[in-house]
Design a binder for this molecule. Structure first.
Ligand code: IMP
Ligand code: MG
Length: 192
């Protein structure tokens, strides 16, 4: 297990993002932070305390799968409150191909909010192409293509409670799961 982002580094960056969000949304009215279940829980919990504005918090559950037209996602747990006329900031753990963020963005956009922006903790190289589907305004860290876990991110449901973002070795990936393709397996993990 190799630590990619330690506690201090994560905390420093989350504080910066919180300060930036505070500046950007100051005086604009109701802000709702919407976290994507379950991977975004740690990031959301820390980020919401770094935003110094009156803020509401909600969560959205999504399940991604390989559908007829490529990767698709559907809502498995809806928001509790409506977001009509509110500024929505979608908070997600990681952007890879962009399926999850694009689906969540489309789902929120339909509900007549004042605005929807996206904030991700991690972005993989593939995620750079996603701007067309959803404008990603805030990015914590750009990382490599390697599979990471911890700080909310899982592999086969495990490791979410690690306080750091770590890279698992091939041996650890094989030992933790069934040896199945970890990228596809992870895509089905976002259920509440
Ligand atoms: P996308 O839909 O291809 O952008 O992938 C995003 C989703 O895949 C995330 O919400 C994660 O659940 C999962 N995912 C992608 N990369 C990783 C990783 O390195 N570790 C854990 N989960 C990942
Ligand atoms: Mg996720």
């Amino acid at each position: 297990m190799k630590v990619l982002l330690g506690r201090a580094e994560i905390a420093r960056r989350v504080a910066e993002l919180g300060a930036q969000i505070t500046r950007d949304y100051e005086g604009r009215g109701d802000l709702v932070l919407v976290g994507v279940l379950r991977g975004a829980v740690c990031f959301l919990a820390d980020l919401m305390r770094a935003v110094e504005l009156p803020t509401r918090v909600d969560m959205l559950g999504l399940r991604s799968y390989e559908g007829m037209t490529g990767s698709e996602a559907r809502v498995t747990a809806d928001l509790v409150d409506d977001v009509v006329g509110k500024h929505v900031l979608l908070v997600e753990d990681i952007l890879e191909r962009g399926t999850t963020v694009a689906a969540a963005f489309a789902c929120l956009r339909e509900r007549a909010p004042a605005s929807v922006e996206v904030c991700v903790l991690l972005r993989k190289p593939e995620g750079l192409r996603t701007t067309v589907l959803a404008p990603v305004r805030y990015v914590g860290f750009d990382i490599g293509p390697e599979f990471v876990v911890g700080y909310g991110l899982d592999y086969e449901g495990r490791y979410r409670n690690l306080p750091e973002v770590v890279v698992l070795t091939e041996e650890e990936l094989t030992a933790a799961g069934s040896g199945a393709d970890h990228r596809r397996a992870s895509g089905t993990e976002d259920t509440p």
